[in-house]
Design a protein around this ligand. Structure first.
Ligand code: UT7
Length: 323
């Protein structure tokens, strides 16, 4: 019998420590005004020393499990989207599995940088649809503070740490009653690697490296590629994009969100934005924004929600679901 992959719960975790724009102005030559006007960011959360990506991921996962009303032992697939794993190996997903006490099923990481959560969600759905797994934890978790060059004002002001998680469950169509994942669109253009990358790694330098970005070139690519992905999922699903209830974007820059709204003629109040208080949390930003929408009562069961993102690779994509 064919099933639907339904999001039965979501959870979020942000480290306690907050770094404001004024705090950053004491470290690099920048200002609250510049950061707010160019990006919309006011503050971001930063993991404490010793607080790892797996710690953030585990806390978000526990909140998602509670929201879904299930136990760690009910989970038979864990996918962690991250570009900042605890260790080179094993996967952060394996570490999260142990921290949760969920020693059943499969666990692995997904690396598509800021598009990672869309890639992970789409992958989890394929596993559930194939029938070999029943209930997945799909997590986006990052500690980008660890790979920032804190002397580079063009990048260090943009990013923050955090984690968000979904519980996604295979349900028969009658039980799902129209809810669940509908489709997704995943793309990568590896010719654009140099626009956004980390200048270190196991095989290349045997160091962790620092994030490097040609921000204005990434910016120029963003609106067109994101809009194309969003239009593709809507058209493929046979729906008018203007009937979507909520847009949950990757939170890179408020000006990118506004550019997409303008290009696709959407209503700005349909866009869930967390950028002011979280900055860009890479793979965590989409589930964090989704959880915010659920927590404050905007996203309700049955709403049509479109997720989208773009990041290093370049990778970009979108996913459509009924909450
Ligand atoms: O999540 C993955 C995907 N990432 C993105 O989508 C990020 C996309 N890019 C962006 O969001 C924007 O390009 C940035 C926010 C990174 C930069 O904004 P921009 O309007 O494109 O600025 P710019 O890079 O063209 O720089 C303009 C000026 C430069 O000074 P000059 O050369 O005109 O004198 C920069 O040196 O702003 C300067 N600048 C800063 N000034 C104060 C760059 N960073 C800062 C800063 N504070 N933090």
């Amino acid at each position: 019998m064919s099933t639907k992959s339904v999001i039965t719960g979501c959870g979020a975790y942000l480290p306690q420590k907050i770094l404001t724009n004024d705090d950053l102005a004491k470290i690099v030559d920048t200002s609250d005004e510049w950061i707010r006007e160019r990006t919309g960011i006011r503050e971001r959360h930063i993991a404490e020393e010793g607080e790892k990506t797996s710690d953030l991921a585990t806390k978000a996962a526990q909140a998602a499990l509670e929201a879904a009303g299930c136990e760690p032992g009910d989970i038979d697939l864990i996918i962690v989207a991250t570009a900042t794993p605890d260790l080179t190996f094993p996967s952060t997903a394996a570490i999260v599995q142990a921290k949760l006490g969920a020693a059943a099923g499969a666990a692995f990481d997904m690396q598509a940088v800021c598009t990672g959560f869309i890639y992970a969600l789409s992958t989890a759905e394929k596993f559930l649809a194939a029938g070999q797994h029943k209930r997945a934890l799909v997590i986006g978790a990052e500690t980008f503070s660890r790979i920032l060059d804190w002397t580079d004002r063009t990048t260090c002001v943009l990013f923050g740490d955090g984690a968000g998680a979904f519980v996604m469950e295979a349900q028969d169509r009658k039980t799902a009653r129209g809810r669940g994942y509908i489709n997704s669109y995943l793309r990568c253009d590896g010719r654009l690697v140099d626009l956004l990358y980390v200048d270190g790694g196991v095989s290349a330098t045997q160091t962790t490296g620092h994030l490097r970005m040609q921000g204005n070139k990434v910016f120029r690519e963003a609106v067109a590629r994101i809009s194309q992905a969003m239009e593709w999922v809507a058209t493929d699903a046979g729906i008018d994009i203007h009937t979507v209830d909520w847009f949950v974007p990757h939170q890179a820059n408020e000006r990118i969100l506004k550019g997409v709204v303008k290009k696709l003629d959407l209503r700005p109040e349909q866009v869930i934005s967390t950028i002011a208080h979280q900055g860009n949390t890479s793979a965590a930003s989409i589930p964090l924004a989704y959880c915010q929408g659920v927590a404050d009562g905007r996203i309700k069961q049955g709403d049509l929600v479109l997720l989208e993102g773009m990041g290093g690779g370049l990778t970009w994509g979108a996913a459509l679901l009924r909450a």
